[in-house]
Ligand binder design. Sequence first.
Ligand code: PRP
Length: 188
Amino acid sequence: MGAVEIEDVRDDLTTILYQPTQIERRVRELAAEIDRDYDGQDLLIVGVLNGAVMAVADLTRAMTIDCEMQWVAFSSYGDGTTSSGVLRILKDLNVDLTGRHVLIVEDIIDTGLTLSYLVQNLRHRGPASLEVLTVFRKPAARQGQVAVKYVGFDIEDEFVVGYGLDYAGRYRNLNGLGVLSPAVYRRS
Ligand code: PRP
């Protein structure tokens, strides 16, 4: 399957953190856990655009149970490498959550701001259960108030790109995860 190979952008990265095969393996493990945990239940996956597109696509295709997918979008970070701290809902869900088993899927939890806002917001809509999966998690989020049930990889506090994570719209379809070289964001 096509994607930008991590070796093709090697010069833009200081480090390759995860090769595509490592991510694939971990996503398959998480999918197997979800299959077990939600067996026989009505599962609604809520993906957080844009970064979680890859995670939701890979996860749901590795799962064997049926689920519904919905998407939310926030505007927060713009093109920079750090959070502006301002969240705005750009796209909300268009289903009723009452009595549903909801699993939020994120590509990364960094400060935890997006997630705590989303969890609080969805909790008020009466789901039967509300859990969180993230592929990557940074250190600040490990101390966060929101419990994350499924974590792919705990990573350090570095600016990472690939597997859905972008810098200024680039690198999202990079098939692994790497640390972006400061030279790249200094020159733009
Ligand atoms: C990223 C990521 C999470 C959020 C995590 O999204 O996809 O949604 O930041 O950061 P936090 O824990 O500090 O809130 P971003 O706002 O960059 O949008 P994108 O997914 O469209 O790139």
